[in-house]
Design a protein around this ligand. Structure first.
Ligand code: MRU
Length: 344
């Protein structure tokens, strides 16, 4: 059975609790929009596309609770709660905007049905997009290479298959790459807990490394490309992704290694001109001072815990989406690419 992070059950949303993986596979049940917002905020579900899909189902749960009283106006508090759950991944706001557009046209039972259909469509589209994206990304990877990735961008972070990890998975199946190097991704360890686990289940050769090994491995010629996902890509191609991504891009440029970003169109935010205006989530100090409740630093040490950083477009070799590849992204290339996509 294909790995999945979310299951819609008509009156509830079930999320594979990613805080417990890989030690335990436990499903968390969300009965309300508040439950979904809490699960997003507390990282039970994470990864930009998966957050967007979950939020869409959260709106359905809010509408079901309202019943005949469900309208655009009565849904506003739930939409606001979901929008406040995490600030950086634009997919969350993109999915909520889609749901809001539906809510503007109907009410009551017909609205609940229309919102359910829209959430299911967002989920299904993401799953299908990932496969198209992988087909565009696969030929870019150096043949026989070992490819470095960061965080988790797989089935757990999306509707299924994954973005950057989907490219790697497809590239392995096609016999194109030799294997994957996964960085641990402090402090939530998405690389060690989730990416290495996902790849091992599929028999893709993966080597887990500490985040601070990346420069050393590149210097020794052990990395032939880097591929990562994205949480928000601005009009000029600047890309917010998991903290540590920027450092990898600088290292890759220094060593002449291609650096790819793989993300669906829903991650592109053309409303922001560049990465300087992306809101970077700052998470709780306890995530750095402790590992799973065990202190690893003085209890009161001041901490900075940004969850994301911004990689300037100039360091990105290409952005891969389900519609094709944007080489050497900049404002002009991004605009030309978006202009060619129907319905955009
Ligand atoms: O804090 P997270 O785990 O939600 O961060 C996830 C990432 O940064 C991913 O790279 C990004 O969302 C793309 S997931 C396909």
């Amino acid at each position: 059975m294909a790995l999945t992070a979310l299951r819609w059950r008509e009156d509830r949303l079930e999320l594979l609790d990613q805080r417990l993986l890989p030690a335990q596979s436990r499903w968390l049940t969300c009965h309300s929009a508040d439950d979904v917002a809490g699960a997003i905020r507390d990282m039970a579900v994470r990864g930009a596309p998966a957050i967007g899909i979950s939020a869409a189902y959260g709106v359905v749960l809010a509408a079901r609770a309202l019943g005949a009283a469900a309208t655009a106006a009565t849904l506003t508090p739930a939409l606001d709660t979901l929008a406040a759950s995490r600030p950086t991944a634009v997919n969350l706001f993109w999915a909520l905007a889609r749901m809001q557009r539906i809510a503007a046209t109907q009410q009551g039972a017909t609205l609940i049905q229309a919102l359910t259909n829209e959430a299911l469509a967002i989920h299904d589209e993401d799953r299908r997009m990932n496969h198209r994206l992988a087909a565009f990304g696969l030929p870019l990877l150096p043949e026989g290479g070992r490819i470095y990735t960061h965080c988790n961008t797989g089935a757990l972070a999306t509707g299924g298959h994954g973005t950057a990890l989907g490219v790697l998975r497809s590239a392995w199946t096609a016999g194109r790459i030799r294997g994957v190097i996964a960085g641990e991704t402090r402090p939530w360890m998405q690389g060690s807990r989730l990416t290495s686990w996902e790849l091992m289940q599929e028999g893709v050769p993966v080597t887990l490394v500490t985040d601070n090994s990346a420069g050393h491995l590149m210097q020794r010629g052990e990395v032939q490309a880097v591929i990562v996902g994205a949480d928000r890509i601005t009009a000029n191609g600047d890309t917010a992704n998991k903290i540590g991504t920027y450092g990898l891009a600088v290292l890759a440029r220094h060593h002449g290694i291609p650096f790819y970003v793989a993300a669906p169109l829903s991650t592109i935010d053309p409303a922001l001109p560049d990465g300087s205006s992306i809101v970077i989530e700052e998470r709780d100090a306890s995530e750095v001072r402790q590992i799973q409740g065990t202190p690893i630093a003085p209890a009161e040490v001041p901490v900075q815990n940004p969850a994301f950083d911004v990689t300037p477009a100039a360091l990105i070799t290409a952005i891969i989406t389900e519609h094709g590849v944007i080489h050497a992204p900049d404002t002009a290339n991004m605009a030309a690419y978006l202009a060619n996509i129907e319905g955009r």
